[in-house]
Design a protein around this ligand. Structure first.
Ligand code: SF4
Ligand code: SF4
Length: 373
């Protein structure tokens, strides 16, 4: 049984130690970072930089707390994420969202280079075969995975497994393209986008959101550059008419997330990765979308564990007990108390991620919650 340290988002005493940053400091003390990391060791603090407009990410103040805790015993942390849009633009997005060297007190770097091509193929599993893991994450000896817990249109639940699977893997490989990167999870088979001219309102939102300028509109409608596209699915996600679809398969997608997470973790020695799940600003969609919706579940708190399966299971169990928030998408959809909010929102079998992670030996679903006072 693994330990999951938890601090509630509620404040009972008006003092720093009862604030969320203060509680994160106490959680990191409780797990004793010194048993995982060494003095002078480089440690990646893996987060998601968000998107221009998606501000509900893991806040810089929390990243700073993780960095400070690592520096306290001489480790050398840096904050990192893989390229989602063009690399220089993505660093600017991090800066817009408040993540920079000054705010987090550590270098902020792209894990797979300015072009998203700095990666190494790592054996993954039955579905993916191999996957392109970002070079920096592949090479660094230790990591703290900071994950913003939220819903996701394709994954249903997005936590630490997805943060590693999608977030530590590149969009494409220099030679074998999207089929070796994130697109291998997003798409099945040849994974070609399907466009329905009848449904399209020509709003051009898909064209505007594409990070690689793969979509154009000509006299005969949508023109899609299949060679350039890395199957990130952003265009299909923003289409409100269901006019653009990236064929996917829920079972394979969920299992491939766990496979990719395992591939990433295989590049670390045992007990060199810990997880911090932020059950805060729990919005319906991914942080890579161009806007952040209001939360569908009230802030619950922060969890820290060395077991990726335990922390994911504990996070899901807590979400399952949480009530849907009024004046949110959950109330628009008339989700009631006692219902699984994330399943009601997206109708995705997200537990497959966890079950597959157990099957792959990534951790245990049995956990003990150690709650801070
Ligand atoms: S987002 Fe959808 S509706 Fe709008 S142009 Fe693209 S395919 Fe058409
Ligand atoms: S999936 Fe859509 S948004 Fe992503 S690269 Fe391809 S065309 Fe662009």
């Amino acid at each position: 049984m693994s330990k999951v340290y938890f601090a509630s988002a509620r404040v009972s005493k008006w003092q720093y130690s009862d604030s969320m940053p203060g509680k994160l400091e106490r959680l990191l003390n409780a797990i004793n970072l010194g048993q995982f990391f060494e003095s002078k060791e480089w440690v990646a603090v893996k987060t998601h930089f968000g998107s221009e407009g998606a501000h509900r990410i893991v806040r810089p103040v929390f990243l700073r707390k993780v960095v400070d805790a690592l520096k306290a015993f001489g480790a050398k942390p840096f904050v990192t994420d893989t390229v989602r849009i063009k690399g220089l633009d993505y660093l600017e997005v991090a800066n817009y969202n408040g993540i920079n060297h000054l705010s987090v007190a550590a270098p902020v770097i792209l894990a797979d280079g300015l072009y998203g091509h700095d990666n190494l193929m790592v054996p993954a599993g039955e579905i993916l075969g191999e996957i392109a893991v970002a070079t920096v994450i592949h090479d660094v000896p230790a990591m703290v995975v900071c994950s913003h817990i939220k819903g996701h249109i394709q994954a249903g639940y997005a936590g630490a497994i997805k943060n590693l699977a999608m977030g530590a893997v590149s969009g494409a490989h220099r030679h074998c393209g999207w089929k070796c990167g994130r697109g291998a999870m997003h798409a099945i088979g040849e994974g070609m986008l399907e466009w329905d001219a009848e449904k399209c309102t020509y709003c051009h939102q898909c064209k505007e959101i594409c990070p690689l300028d793969c979509i154009e509109f000509g006299p005969d409608g949508l023109i899609f550059n299949s060679d350039k596209c890395w199957r990130c699915g952003r265009c299909a996600r923003v289409c409100q008419q269901d006019a653009l679809v990236l064929p996917s398969n829920d079972d394979k997608f969920m299992k491939s997330l766990s496979e990719a997470a395992k591939a990433v973790l295989s590049t670390f020695k045992p007990r060199k990765v810990i997880y911090v799940n932020f059950l805060t600003e729990i919005q319906p969609e991914c942080d890579c979308m161009p806007a952040a919706e209001v939360p569908v579940i009230q802030d619950l708190g922060i969890m820290v564990s060395e077991d990726i399966v335990s922390i994911e299971q504990a996070s899901i169990d807590m979400l399952l007990k949480a009530a849907p928030l009024p004046a949110s998408l959950a109330s628009d959809m008339e989700i009631k108390d006692g219902e699984d909010v994330l399943t009601s929102l997206h109708n995705k079998p997200y537990m497959i991620q966890i079950n597959e992670a157990v099957r792959l030996g990534l951790g245990s679903r049995k956990y003990e919650i150690i709650k801070l006072d």
